[in-house]
Design a protein around this ligand. Structure first.
Ligand SMILES: [Fe+2]
Length: 224
């Protein structure tokens, strides 16, 4: 390819999520994950791993291969796993992950939103971290308390309740409210003439949770 042909990037804006590299098969897949062109971007929409070192391994590998990597956290990165030497909790853990990404040149929800100018662009790619606030209530529930009670009674309870600490916020929903406010502020500053790709582990509409086998799990997924 001549230099002249390269003036318009030929790459693709790609996306993946839930790499869960704690599983050997997934780790092998990540090891094989390579861009098809020097201009490919990769969106990593959360749940890379639980342990800090595993997240670091995957993000370092991917950032070395793709022209740009964009990360938004899932719930698993935010767990304080009992066997993880990294014992940071809640917001401190999130900000440590942000620092790691920045060291690797990866865009996070705390950074300026990059503009994809390749195929289908220009488009603002906005990684979001909004968490959840239990507003996707379990069937039959009208409040968060009722929704959680129904989940506990059915035995379907997200491990976040034990490992995803909201510190310094009093609750995960309080952290979520703060994140939504901050995210709204950031998004309202985006150039309105450009379309956006919103990147989030946490859906802002309930529809994507309709496929769940246990509908009571939806309360740990997103926020309306
Ligand atoms: Fe998740």
């Amino acid at each position: 390819m001549s230099d002249k042909d390269r003036t318009v990037p030929v790459g693709k804006l790609l996306a993946v999520s839930d790499l869960h590299v704690v599983y050997d098969d997934n780790r092998t897949l990540v090891e094989k994950l390579r861009p098809a062109s020097d201009d490919d971007w990769l969106i990593v929409a959360g749940d890379v791993a639980e342990k800090y070192a595993d997240v670091e391994w995957a993000m370092r590998l991917l950032s070395g291969r793709f022209s740009r990597v964009i990360w938004a956290p899932g719930n698993h990165e935010l767990w304080t796993h009992p066997q993880d030497p990294c014992e940071l909790r809640g917001e401190e853990r999130y900000l440590r992950l942000v620092r790691l990404c920045r060291e690797l040149g990866i865009s996070t929800p705390e950074d300026p939103y990059p503009v994809w100018r390749g195929d289908g662009g220009p488009v603002v790619v906005a990684p979001l971290f909004v968490l959840y606030d239990y507003s996707f209530l379990a069937p039959g529930a009208t409040t968060k308390e009722e929704s959680l009670r129904l989940a506990h009674e059915s035995g379907v309870v997200c491990s976040d309740e034990y490992f995803l600490h909201p510190d310094p916020y009093p609750s995960r929903d309080a952290w979520c409210r703060s994140r939504v406010e901050e995210t709204e502020r950031r998004l309202s500053a985006v150039d309105p003439s450009l379309p956006t790709v919103l990147v989030s582990h946490y859906p802002l509409v309930r529809d994507p949770t309709r496929v769940l086998h246990y509908p009571q799990f939806a309360q740990w997924c997103g926020t309306s």
